[in-house]
Structure formats: structure tokens, C-alpha cells
Design a protein around this ligand. Structure first.
Ligand code: PBE
Length: 268
């Protein structure tokens, strides 16, 4: 097959993240859907991916990454999603809060709060940008909660604080989920009287933990497509509290200076 221009520029490599991430499965699917058999999806982590992106942009070099919104990288760099006419990355996607079975009975205050918790990409973006600029996630959560006291009040209004009950959240070290989890922890500890542990785990254990009841809840379930495999496997063993954010997105992302618009152009 004739060499593909973009493929040659980036060595036929797509810079991915942790293998358990849904976006890695969507990208494997895109590679099939678009016949990109010459391409390789490189495993790593969210942090390694953004470090590689930063290096490429500083050198004005071409790069293709697995990206998602909300993410601070769209504030920091001029980036674009490649068009995905075959919808390998799905369409309307949301971030759901999931809870273990029985949580409503065992921790009704936490349950009600988590059910009410809904915010926007702009909200999360503020926290992510602060964290990326060097503010600790704990401090960024406190700052956000103070600045948006009206929203916090809406989520906690009428809920009688508990007296130091323990609560376990789990999350994966994706920048978006570092933000949401730290915000929940801050509010639950400072407004609702819980003692919260936020366990950082891989994507698989995040889902199995909630399904097995070891973890009380997680705000990091991307549905319906990104975590479709996990959802299919565990949906009967957990409680879906609904979307805490809508209008989120995943896909292949490149610097705006690259001369490519669609995933279809990556084909030989
Ligand atoms: N992400 C961010 C995750 C969900 C949150 C899109 C990288 C994924 O599973 O792909």
C-alpha cells in the first residue's frame, strides 16, 4: 500500500493511555472500522500522554493522541478532534455516578448527595486548569466549592450531616476524574460529616470494586459507549445514579497545526 502522509509523519503511532481505559477499546475499534492495520496504539497513562503531547507541541511536531473533553489540554493547547464519520467513539456521552447495591439503605445522606451531584464541563474545567497549574487537587476542590457555594448548597440542602461515617470512593488517575473525585471528597467531608477515602485504582478494579460492594461509589463511569464493556458486565450488580455531566466526548486529537481533518485520512 502507498504510504500515508500523516502516518509517515507520526510513525503510524497513536499515543494512548492506560490499557483499561474505555478510550483504548474505542481506539482499537476505530483501527478496525477505518482499516488502519498499519497503525499502532501505544499504551501508557494519562500523565505520559500529556507529557508526550507537550513535548511534541513545543517542538511543533505532529502527534496523534487519544483525547477527551473535559480536559485542561484543550485550554492549554490549540487542539482539534479528528472527525469520526463511522462513530467509533459514539455520540452523546455522559459521565455517570455509580454506587454499590444497598448504599441507599446504608448511607442515605451520601446517596442523596451523589444523586443530586451534577455539574458541567466548564465547572470541571476550572478545577482541572487549577490542578494542572500546580494547585493540589484538595486545594482546588476547596477553592471550587467556595467559589460555587450556591451549587454546593443545592446538592447538600436539607441533608443532615452524619457523624464521621466512613465512605469509600474509587477513581482512575485520569485528570477529569481526579477533579470530580476530589470535589466529592471535599464536600462529603466538610458539609456532610463523612470520613472519605478516595482510592486510586485501574479502570477494571474501579468497576469490580463497586460491583462487589468493596467500594461505595465512583463518579467516573463514562456511558453509554466508553465503558460499555464494563457496564454490560456489572450493570446488574450496581446502582446507576445517572449522569453527573453530559456532553462529554472522546476521540483522536491532534494539534491544530496538523493538516488532517478526519480519521478517514489515516487510511493508506
Ligand atoms: N477517559 C477519561 C476514560 C474515562 C475518563 C475518557 C480517558 C476512559 O475510560 O477512556
Amino acid at each position: 500500500a502507498p504510504a500515508n502522509t500523516v502516518g509517515t509523519e507520526v510513525g503510524y503511532k497513536i499515543i494512548g493511555i492506560d490499557p483499561g481505559a474505555g478510550i483504548m477499546k474505542s481506539t482499537a475499534k476505530a483501527i478496525q472500522d477505518y482499516n488502519l492495520s498499519d497503525w499502532k496504539l501505544v499504551e501508557g497513562s494519562g500523565a505520559a500522554m500529556t507529557a508526550t503531547l507537550d513535548k511534541a507541541i513545543k517542538a511543533k511536531k505532529p502527534i496523534i493522541i487519544t483525547g477527551w473533553t473535559p480536559h485542561w489540554m484543550f485550554n492549554k493547547y490549540d487542539l482539534k478532534y479528528l472527525e469520526d464519520p463511522k462513530k467509533s467513539y459514539g455520540e452523546a456521552e455522559g459521565i455517570h455516578t455509580i454506587a454499590r447495591k444497598g448504599l441507599q439503605q446504608d448511607a442515605p445522606i451520601a446517596y442523596e448527595f451523589l444523586k443530586r451531584f451534577k455539574w458541567t464541563s466548564e465547572d470541571m474545567g476550572e478545577m482541572m486548569v487549577a490542578i494542572q497549574a500546580g494547585t493540589s487537587p484538595e486545594q482546588a476542590a476547596k477553592d471550587w466549592a467556595e467559589k460555587h457555594a450556591d451549587k454546593v448548597k443545592e446538592w447538600t440542602q436539607g441533608l443532615q450531616p452524619v457523624n464521621g461515617d466512613t465512605f469509600k470512593l474509587s477513581y482512575v488517575a485520569w485528570d477529569s476524574e481526579i477533579a470530580s473525585t476530589n470535589l466529592l471528597k471535599y464536600i462529603m467531608e466538610n458539609k456532610l460529616g463523612y470520613k472519605v477515602t478516595a482510592l486510586q485504582v485501574e479502570a477494571g478494579p474501579m468497576w469490580t470494586g463497586v460491583a462487589s460492594g468493596d467500594i461505595d461509589a465512583s463518579p467516573a463511569a463514562w456511558l453509554p459507549l466508553t465503558h460499555a464493556d464494563y457496564w454490560a458486565k456489572y450493570k446488574d450488580k450496581l446502582d446507576d445514579l445517572g449522569a453527573n455531566m453530559t456532553g462529554v466526548k472522546t476521540g483522536l486529537v491532534v494539534p491544530a497545526y496538523m493538516n488532517v481533518k478526519s480519521i478517514t485520512e489515516l487510511q493508506d
